[in-house]
Write a protein that binds this ligand. Sequence first.
Ligand code: PEP
Length: 251
Amino acid sequence: MRKPLIAGNWKMHNNLAETIELLNGLKRELLDFDGVDILACPTYTVLSDAKDILLDSNIKLGAQDLYWEEKGAFTGEISAAMIKDVGCEFVIIGHSERRKYFQETNDSVNKKLNAALTQELTPIVCVGETLAEREEDKTTEVIKDQLAQGLKDVTAENILKLVIAYEPVWAIGTGKTATPQQAQQIHKFIRDWLKDTYDFDTAEQVRILYGGSVKPSNIKDLMKEPDVDGGLVGGASLEVVSFSEIVKGSI
Ligand code: PEP
């Protein structure tokens, strides 16, 4: 049985005061709510304060990226150990915005997720096709490459320690959600790939999140699909009410 996970990706939004307000609101709304893993991924500069606020709560903390080297002369970068040290349990890897604006590749995704695993962080590895790729009927080919290269040499033991997020790029921040059927089709494709690459039991345990304009109004239908195990939520996770409704609607 896979426990649902609802993760908020707060991107480059919210200063410290805004983060504190949002976290306290979520704590109030989601107090004692279990059955779903709840995750907040604020920006780096507020992680330490967020950790303190979340200490006595059911909301976990994650970062939005990391750099794969352990330490050294890499100005501006943040290591897996630093993210762990500040209290994160999760880290998003290979978000399409990183791929689009910061030249992230499947190879860098692989290095980053290995660095995360070394520090016992749970990587949320993002895959997804662009609109052009979908229109050219290349969706599964693209996803397969992202999985094969991004998860290259990840052992069966380690695949159980990560989460995969299917995020069609055309649905992120656009208000266009994949239909539950479109999401399920690709989630099943991902799970089948896991079955072929690892084995049935292993594949059945890996959580696959959907991301792309998840809202209170569509979470229930998405979660009805057998291979949708939760959501990676951008815009709608920035408000206490909508994020809480998505969490509550996911079970
Ligand atoms: C995201 O950034 O991962 C995302 C899915 O954003 P949104 O929910 O705003 O589409």
